[in-house]
Design a protein around this ligand. Structure first.
Ligand code: KG4
Ligand code: ZN
Length: 328
């Protein structure tokens, strides 16, 4: 059975085609060039770019998979959370295709899909400690099944990816900041500035990154001749240290032996090495790099599994939702 999946919750338009559980095509249109001018995502521009990208991407995807719409037996799409203007484009496109052509439809929660993105290339058993670290989320869950999540910890302010992007903007490094800061830090061997490790206390279950961002901003203002590599590498040390501490605490408190780290920031090389270092005696999983950032493959994977378990959703009853917390 062929299925088609759409993801458009933020700034990437992505379409994936599966044959059963096997991904056979994935096409993604990035908007980095548009938003890098502003150092962050401009929602109105994101929605317009999705509108422009979606139809050519759809045609290209079918061609790449060497199938036609008549071969498709399931359409999945992200419905929450995200920018409503962006969600609307992919979701309404998917619903229209499904309704007009009488194809079963499945709605997919973006964060639930991130949490399952490592399943695309790994055989992972439930339950596990699932972490989503991206431009919009820094959240830790216990994942018990396809549709069973317990919220453990979240950021009280900025998401970790957002703090990478803001620090990169302060230092005129462009957008998205995460990969740029990751690359600089990998080659930095000097001393680190001791930036604050936010919320690093066992009595504080949640995360916070805005204080760290402000500390970097203050340092830059007070030291106009700052060493760029030192500042961004020190920021990364503090951010990953604080995050790793909370992941370690949650794994201990919930006695979890499987750790699954997902989302755009899970591509970070420092975070990856730290996780393997901390959890030597546990199983640590990451998505393949192309499944870390927003992508339709994770939507298609979870859409197919949920469809097999619960059947289709009525597309007439599904609308985009800006925020919808899993397991709260
Ligand atoms: O999952 P994603 O594509 O979109 C959201 O749902 O937010 O994540 C994008 C975020 C951006 O903030 C970007 O700076 C960050 O992921 N990111 C990274 C790396 N690659 C992407 N952060 C740190 N290190 C990286 N290598
Ligand atoms: Zn995402």
């Amino acid at each position: 059975m062929y299925s088609l999946a759409l993801e458009s919750s933020c700034d990437d338009t992505s379409i994936a085609i599966f044959k059963d559980e096997n991904l056979i095509s994935m096409k993604t249109a990035s908007q980095n060039e548009i938003h890098s001018l502003y150092g962050g995502i401009v929602p109105e521009l994101a929605a317009r770019a999705h509108t422009k990208n979606i139809l050519p991407l759809y045609k290209e995807s079918l061609k790449d998979a060497n199938i036609t719409l008549r071969d498709i037996s399931l359409i999945s799409a992200t419905y929450a959370p995200g920018l409503v203007g962006s969600l609307l484009v992919g979701l309404e496109f998917a619903k229209s295709l499904a309704i007009i052509n009488n194809i079963p439809f499945k709605k997919v929660h973006h964060i639930a899909a991130h949490l399952h993105s490592a399943h695309l290339t790994n055989d992972i058993k439930y339950p596990y400690l699932g972490i989503v670290v991206s431009g919009g989320h820094s959240t830790i869950y216990i994942v018990r099944d396809l549709d069973d999540f317990e919220l453990v910890s979240y950021s009280l302010d900025d998401a970790i990816g957002e703090s990478y992007d803001k620090v990169a903007k302060m230092c005129n490094l462009g957008y998205p900041g995460g990969p740029i800061i990751d690359k600089i830090s990998k080659n930095y061997n000097g001393e680190y500035i001791n930036f604050p490790r936010p919320m690093k206390s066992p009595n504080k279950p949640n995360l916070s990154f805005s204080g760290l961002k402000t500390a970097v901003n203050n340092y830059i203002k007070e030291n106009p001749n700052y060493n760029l590599d030192q500042v961004v590498s020190s920021f990364q040390e503090a951010a990953i240290d604080a995050l790793a501490y909370k992941i370690k605490l949650a794994a201990k408190n919930y006695n979890m032996n499987r750790i699954v780290v997902t989302g755009g920031v899970s591509a970070n090389s420092r975070l990856r090495s730290e996780m393997f270092k901390i959890f030597k005696n546990k199983s640590v999983y990451f998505p393949e790099l192309k499944f870390c950032m927003d992508n339709a493959a994770m939507i298609g994977y979870l859409g197919f599994k949920l469809y097999k378990k619960h059947g289709p959703d009525n597309p007439f009853n599904v609308n985009p939702q800006a925020s919808k917390t899993l397991g709260a």
